[in-house]
Design a protein around this ligand. Structure first.
Ligand SMILES: [Cu+2]
Length: 307
C-alpha cells in the first residue's frame, strides 16, 4: 500500500466515523423532538434546577444578562414564581404553602424572600392551618436572633417574618394560640402622586419588633421600599442609579447587590399596595428607607428609627 492510498484509507475511516457520530446525534435529536422532551420538564427538575444550576425552571432571559431564577431573584412576576412553586409542590405531593415555606428557608437572603412570603400568606386558609404548627415553631425559634449582640442581619429573621405574616393572614379565630403573644406593629404609608415622596416617611419601632409596612401607591410611577443599613442612603442610591444603565437592573427590580440591603419591598405598580413584614434590627439606630427605582432615592427616602 502506497503512501497516498494509506492517506485515503485514514481519511475514509475518519469520514465514516464522523458520519456515524453525526447520524447518532441526529437520531438522538430526532427522538427527543418526537417525544417532545423539553429542557425542564418535571417539577423535580424545576426544584433541582432552581437550586443547583444556572438555568432556572422558568427563566426570563435577556441578551446581555444572566438568566433569572424565579425562586431567588427579584424582578420575577408573581404568577411565574407561583407556577414554579406549584410544580415543586405537585412533584413532592405537598401543598404550595409547604413548598413555599421550604423555598423561603432555602432562600436565606435571596432577593425574592418578600415575594415568596407574599405567596405563602396568600395560600388557602386550610393549607396554612395545616402548616400552622411548623409556622409557629419556626416563628418562635429565637436561636440566631437572640441577645442584644446577635447580628442584626441573621437570615433566620426572614423565615420568622414570613411565618408570622402567614399566621396573621388567617382570621383571628383561625390562628394558633401562640400568635396571641405576637404584637406586630402595623405601619402604613402612601406615595404622594408626582412628588416622589412617602407620607409619612418616618417610623419608630423597638429592636426586634415584628413590623409590617404597607405602602399604598396611588402614583402613576413604580416604587419600591428597601430598608438599609444606617448611613448607607447615598451608597445605595448611587448603586441603584447605576442599575438603570443595563438590563440587569430592571431584571433585579433595581435592588443593589449589597449586604447593606436589609429588607426588600419589591416594585409596586401604580394603584396597587406593597407589603413588607420584617423583624426589626436588634441594634438600635436610624435605618434609611429608600426607593431604589433609579432617580428616586434623593427625594424618596425615609427613616426607620430603632430605639
Ligand atoms: Cu420611587
Amino acid at each position: 500500500m502506497g503512501c497516498s492510498s494509506q492517506l485515503a484509507d485514514v481519511t475514509q475511516k475518519r469520514c465514516l466515523r464522523y458520519c456515524g457520530s453525526m447520524k447518532l446525534i441526529y437520531r438522538t435529536w430526532s427522538v427527543c423532538a418526537l417525544l417532545g422532551v423539553p429542557q425542564h420538564v418535571s417539577a423535580q427538575n424545576a426544584s433541582h434546577a432552581a437550586h443547583h444550576s444556572q438555568t432556572p425552571p422558568t427563566a426570563v432571559t435577556a441578551p446581555d444578562a444572566p438568566a433569572i431564577n424565579s425562586l431567588r431573584d427579584a424582578g420575577v412576576a408573581q404568577n411565574i414564581r407561583t407556577a414554579a412553586l406549584t410544580a415543586i409542590a405537585k412533584s413532592a405531593s405537598t401543598t404550595v404553602a409547604a413548598a413555599t415555606l421550604a423555598e423561603i428557608e432555602a432562600c436565606d437572603a435571596c432577593l425574592a424572600r418578600n415575594d415568596l412570603a407574599t405567596i405563602l400568606a396568600a395560600q388557602p386558609a386550610a393549607d396554612l392551618k395545616a402548616l400552622a404548627p411548623t409556622l409557629v415553631s419556626k416563628a418562635s425559634d429565637s436561636t440566631p436572633d437572640a441577645g442584644k449582640d446577635a447580628p442584626s442581619q441573621s437570615p433566620n429573621r426572614f423565615v420568622k417574618a414570613a411565618c408570622i405574616r402567614a399566621i396573621f393572614s388567617l382570621s383571628e379565630s383561625e390562628r394558633p394560640a401562640a400568635a396571641a403573644a405576637w404584637k406586630p406593629i402595623m405601619l402604613k404609608t402612601t406615595t404622594v402622586p408626582g412628588k416622589m415622596a412617602w407620607d409619612p416617611k418616618e417610623f419608630t419601632v423597638a429592636p426586634g419588633a415584628i413590623v409590617a409596612i404597607e405602602m399604598i401607591n396611588p402614583d402613576s410611577m413604580l416604587h419600591n421600599m428597601l430598608l438599609c443599613s444606617p448611613g448607607s442612603l447615598s451608597e445605595m442610591g448611587v448603586a441603584a442609579d447605576r442599575m438603570s444603565e443595563g438590563v440587569i437592573g430592571k431584571q433585579r427590580d433595581y435592588v443593589p447587590d449589597s449586604s447593606k440591603v436589609l429588607e426588600i419591598m419589591g416594585l409596586t405598580a401604580p394603584n396597587t399596595t406593597g407589603v413588607l413584614w420584617f423583624i426589626a434590627p436588634t441594634k438600635t439606630g436610624t435605618y434609611p428607607l429608600i426607593c431604589t427605582y433609579p432617580g428616586h432615592w434623593r427625594m424618596m427616602n425615609g427613616k426607620l428609627k430603632v430605639q
